[in-house]
Design a protein around this ligand. Structure first.
Ligand SMILES: [Fe+2]
Ligand SMILES: [Fe+2]
Length: 291
């Protein structure tokens, strides 16, 4: 049976969830300034490098990535400006998002049964998979897929406490109705973690395209600006390599039928694609390894 919005969904709890989103702390200052400057069409490498240099964590991470063996350069890159030139604005943008999100996404989520860094590893795996799949399927902006993959489950940070409170009930519905987690969330709370992630993205003033990719990562067929981006995240979420003890229902590893259509992908060819993804990712992931 399909789960619809539950008439018993508690209106007060829904209000409470929305209020929790509005109470989310602002993201730390300098990444937001750097991201804004990266969107400025008249910006310069110098301006970006100056802003990055004000943030110790981003500077350290930028230099580490720019000098990592995976980049394949022999000359060491010691200045921020050199590193920005080497990586290019698009990769710098992914890197800034990663630095910004690594703290919040590393939290332990008891409701979703994710230990410390559990969500972070899932997020990085989906991000890297989305980037790889975007390239393989000729989506023109793989870095956008990376960022959307990285942030897709950010709504779980807010919903976790509600999932924890209703954990037994949720598990019972998941297993008796054979439905993915996000549908059960919607059924019980009137909102699921993808929608809550969309609200969080609005709260943090993410770009519209990114907000939509987060909001529709389990339902890319919805009318929205970039169905392909949401579909890529949907696919990456299902195919991303994961720890074996991950609960498939809890993670919601289901490819939505619309994803095949939107990406013009033959379902019969998907297992092969998943195999290639898995084989490539070990090398590939090192590009964005984060400590
Ligand atoms: Fe999700
Ligand atoms: Fe996910």
């Amino acid at each position: 049976m399909g789960l619809s919005h539950s008439p018993t969904a508690d209106r007060q709890r829904l209000d409470d969830i929305v209020r929790s989103v509005n109470r989310l702390r602002p993201l730390p200052g300098s990444p937001v300034r750097i991201l804004k400057e990266l969107d400025n069409p008249t910006t310069s490498v110098r301006k970006i490098a100056e802003l990055i240099a004000l943030d110790q964590a981003i500077t350290a991470y930028l230099l580490k990535v720019a000098n990592s063996a995976a980049m394949g350069y022999s000359r060491e890159c010691s200045s921020v400006q050199d590193a920005v030139i080497r990586l290019g604005f698009k990769q710098v943008r992914s890197l800034v998002y990663s630095t910004m999100a690594s703290g919040p996404l590393s939290a332990r989520l008891s409701g979703y049964r994710l230990g410390a860094q559990g969500l972070w590893f899932h997020s990085v795996s989906v991000a890297s998979s989305a980037h790889w799949l975007a390239t393989a399927l000729r989506y023109p902006e793989p870095e956008k897929a990376y960022i959307a993959g990285l942030l897709h489950d950010i709504g779980k940070l807010v919903l976790d406490q509600y999932v924890l409170a209703d954990y037994n009930k949720i598990m019972q519905i998941i297993h008796t109705e054979n439905q993915p987690m996000w549908k059960v969330e919607h059924h019980l709370f009137g909102v699921d973690h993808a929608e809550v992630g969309g609200f969080a993205g609005e709260h943090w003033q993410f770009p519209q395209e990114l907000i939509a990719a987060i909001r529709y990562h389990h339902s890319p067929e919805q009318d929205q600006p970039n169905q392909q981006l949401a579909a890529l995240v949907n696919l990456a979420n299902a195919l991303a390599p994961s720890d074996s003890d991950e609960d498939l229902f809890l993670v919601g590893k289901v490819i939505t039928p619309a994803t095949y259509e939107i990406l013009n992908l033959n379902p019969e060819k998907t297992p092969k694609l998943a195999e290639r993804l898995k084989a490539s990712l070990t090398n590939y992931q090192s590009r964005f390894e984060i400590t």
